[in-house]
Design a binder for this molecule. Structure first.
Ligand code: ADP
Length: 218
């Protein structure tokens, strides 16, 4: 199974993708995480340019991100399927993905597109206060999703948490603009597919997860 998760910043794509990855035992490919790992120890001019782009809330070029995705999809663990989170983010990336899928997926593999939907005005509230476990990436929020035990990750027990520079309010506003201009049109691109599902992203993590699982099992 190949699952493509769409949605604005902060709708919970990463959180849901992680749950689906566990449930179906297929890898979760987050382009945001791949890029953040790459720039976490910037040594090259390229890493510095990518970091500046992310920190402004702008998009990395279609060519670069596509080549990163193509490389990742060639790894063995993707043979049985995968979950894409953060790609495609432009119409051009959606067309490139079509080509990639034609080459790598066999006809028995189901391709699903899940769009997680929340009103744009809720995004700032969702993203501000967001932090994640440095070791396993589990995402929390100071306002409504704290770890069960103070300062300990529920999933792996780590006590090291990180915040994203691009979650600062003025940057989120720019990410929302970039989303509206470049990524929202990708929804229209997939909307007519049989396996396109629009999911209400409001509510608890488990509620959204069961809505997604219900659609997938249809
Ligand atoms: P979000 O929470 O906004 O969904 P991500 O973690 O997916 O954020 O991505 C963080 C940043 O990484 C983006 O704002 C962008 O700069 C860059 N990025 C991630 N995926 C892509 C992509 N497919 N195309 C271009 N840039 C990307």
């Amino acid at each position: 199974m190949i699952i493509i998760i769409l949605g604005a910043p902060g709708v919970g794509k990463g959180t849901q993708a992680k749950l689906l990855s566990k449930h179906y035992n297929i890898p979760h490919l987050s382009t945001g995480e791949i890029l953040r790992d790459f720039v976490s120890n910037p040594k090259s001019e390229m890493a510095n340019i990518i970091k500046e782009t992310i920190d402004k809330g702008e998009l990395i070029s279609d060519e670069l991100i596509s080549s990163i995705v193509i490389n990742r999809l060639q790894q063995d663990d993707c043979k049985k399927g995968f979950i894409l989170d953060g790609f495609p983010r432009t119409l051009s990336q959606a067309r490139i993905l079509d080509e990639i899928l034609k080459q790598i997926s066999n006809t028995t593999q189901r391709v699903l597109v899940i769009n997680i939907d929340i009103p744009i005005d809720k995004i700032i509230q969702r993203v501000s206060g967001r932090f994640s476990c440095k070791d396993c990436g589990t995402v929390y929020n100071n306002n409504f999703l704290k770890p069960l035990q103070n300062n300990l990750c529920d999933e792996c027990g780590s006590n090291i948490f990180v915040t994203r520079q691009d979650d600062e309010e003025s940057i989120i506003r720019n990410r929302v603009l970039v989303y509206t201009e470049h990524t929202a049109p990708v929804i229209a691109y997939y909307q007519h597919m049989d396996n396109f599902y629009n999911i209400d992203g409001n509510g608890k993590v488990e509620e959204v997860n069961s809505r997604i699982l219900k659609c997938i099992s249809l």
